[in-house]
Design a protein around this ligand. Structure first.
Ligand code: AMP
Ligand code: MG
Length: 529
């Protein structure tokens, strides 16, 4: 049903579109097992001891047409109380993890309650992450801890405000239950506070939802799922066109390419880009051991489980393409024609190149043109930035303040000083290369006739002033665990307008403090969540 401007969640009549349109099953819900011939399993959430609403995204609630939370909301978003129309289901999917086919994975702790239609007509599914055991829990407990839930909650919303396609987060609920976790898989397990995040997206379907059916030769289910996704989420494709599956694959590839360019632009490292963690809608999904680059380093990954750096910052576009190849293989029974899928993969490459060029140039105040050397201008800058410890986010904001028509005769513009971690010990080679680059940049701005106001506006709407840095999230987690939610709220407020300089939140846009350099949760994370 469609909502009026502001409806209490308990007054909504939910639908369960995914479960209504696709085949499912209702075998024993809490027993880990292989599930065949079903897109979903019926699984009521396992109630928790003491649900408590810790955070609520007003921004998303506004979009959904939801009224401010009342006392009943915590019970609903903890999974303790189902509302009319809801049908809780966990999805069946498989995936390639770190390059290997891993078989059935599925929603091991995430349960979609149902969906609602926002005032603007958009349908949104509500999913609880950490809502208890499902047939897909394998040997795990179906729960999630406060630290990872808080990180997902804050960053889903921050990414949205950064203009990056993402699943959203409506709420963070404490469960009042403790969860046992071995954070670094080193035998030092501890009890941690449990929490549930309410994730919201038009659909949570991943590449792996298709891979599981292809791997089992279940082409019937494969086709049903593909046609469901095309019909409901890709309105630009004619659902009766015999070529629709190939057209759709190409569109998935293009959306994924756009997403990769955004991640590079804002300095986001997903951390675990397995095929079960790539959204068919091109959204950022499954915030786990992700992080933001503080010091510019193409090889950075916060995920200590990823020893080879497979999912490091600069690897992400190539890995997305690898994942698309796995998706293409899964779709081959529907498309039949390898060439058609290869064309989609080519679209990925072309779109990524085009989109990254556009976003990368915008970071330095330029728009794509025919100029020679355009492809390398930003690459040269990024290369120079690896020669010393440069704070990526601060650097690009500081560059706005550099006047390209008044570069200093020697040394670097004073405006940049605050973006270096060791401003007193900058290597000569770095200074030289950055000076050369600044000269080339100024020449290019001049040649393109970009006036300074245009340059500044473009740069300021492309380079965030604030991102929820890893150490800030960790500080918010520590405070929340001690019962203080103020830092979490401040982070949510400040990241709601990430491109606006907010002097009152200046401390949130500072360089990463030294203590956070190697601290767990700040620069080192794992899949344990
Ligand atoms: P990830 O790569 O972290 O997104 O998760 C890989 C698989 O493990 C997915 O099928 C998850 O649902 C499952 N999983 C992760 N943590 C848990 C947990 N605590 N309980 C049950 N399943 C989990
Ligand atoms: Mg996952």
């Amino acid at each position: 049903m469609t909502l009026s401007a502001s409806t209490p969640i308990s007054a909504i009549r939910f639908d369960h579109h995914f479960a209504r349109h696709l085949p499912g099953e209702d075998g024993p819900p809490l027993v880990p097992r292989q599930v065949h011939s079903a897109c979903w399993s019926y699984v009521p959430p396992t109630p928790v001891a003491e649900p408590r609403l810790l955070a609520w995204s007003d921004a998303l609630a506004g979009t959904l047409g939801l009224a401010a939370p009342d006392d009943s909301v915590a019970a609903v978003l903890a999974g303790n109380r189902l509302l009319p129309g809801m049908k809780p289901v966990a999805a069946c999917y498989g995936g390639h993890q770190f390059g290997q086919w891993a078989g059935q994975l599925g929603d091991g702790r995430a349960i979609v309650l149902g969906d609602l239609t926002a005032p603007d007509g958009q349908r949104w599914e509500l999913q609880l992450k950490g809502a208890g055991l499902t047939p897909y829990s394998r040997r795990a407990d179906g729960r999630a801890v406060l630290r990872s839930s808080l990180r997902e909650y804050v960053c889903s919303e921050a990414m949205h405000h950064l203009g990056v396609p993402t699943t959203r987060a409506l709420a963070l609920v404490g469960t009042g239950e403790a969860v046992l976790r071995d954070m670094f898989y080193d035998g030092r397990a501890e009890m941690e506070p449990g929490a549930i995040v309410t994730r919201v997206a038009p659909s949570f379907v991943r590449f792996g939802n298709f891979e599981i059916f292809a791997s089992r030769g279940d082409h019937e289910r494969l086709r049903q799922l593909a046609d469901y996704v095309i019909r409901h989420f890709f309105p630009e494709i004619d659902p009766n066109d015999p070529e629709r599956h190939a057209q759709w694959f190409a569109e998935v590839a293009r959306r994924t390419a756009v997403l990769m360019a955004h991640w590079l632009r804002v300095g986001f490292v997903h951390g675990v880009m397995n095929t079960d963690n790539l959204s068919i809608l091109g959204l950022t999904i499954d915030y786990g051991p992700f992080g933001w680059i503080d010091v510019f380093d193409p090889d950075f990954t916060p995920n200590t489980t990823d020893r080879g750096g497979r999912y490091a910052y600069a690897q992400q576009p190539a890995v997305a393409q690898w994942n698309l190849m796995r998706l293409a293989e899964a779709l081959l029974p529907l498309v039949g024609d390898q060439e058609a899928l290869a064309a989609g993969l080519e679209d990925y490459g072309d779109t990524f190149e085009q989109e990254w060029r556009r976003q990368a140039l915008a970071k330095v105040g330029l728009v794509p043109g025919a100029a020679r050397g355009e492809e390398t201008l930003v690459a040269e800058l990024l290369g120079a930035l690896t020669l010393t410890e440069v704070d990526t986010t601060r650097f690009f904001r500081a560059l706005i303040e550099v006047n390209p028509n008044a570069l200093p005769d020697d040394g670097l513009p004073a405006a940049l000083t605050g973006s270096f971690y060791t401003p007193d010990r900058l290597p000569d080679g770095f200074i030289r290369r950055l000076r050369d680059w600044l000269g080339a940049w100024a020449a290019r701005l001049d040649a393109d006739g970009v006036d300074d106001a245009t340059r500044r506006t473009l740069m300021a709407s492309t380079n965030p002033w604030i991102i929820p840095r890893n150490y800030l999230l960790q500080e918010a987690i520590n405070a929340a665990a001690a019962g203080d939610l103020s830092l979490l709220e401040t982070l949510m407020t400040a990241t709601r307008e990430p491109y606006r300089e907010q002097p009152e939140h200046g401390h949130l846009a500072a360089r990463r403090p030294d203590w956070a350099r190697h601290a767990p949760g700040c620069s080192a994370l794992s899949c344990s969540s």
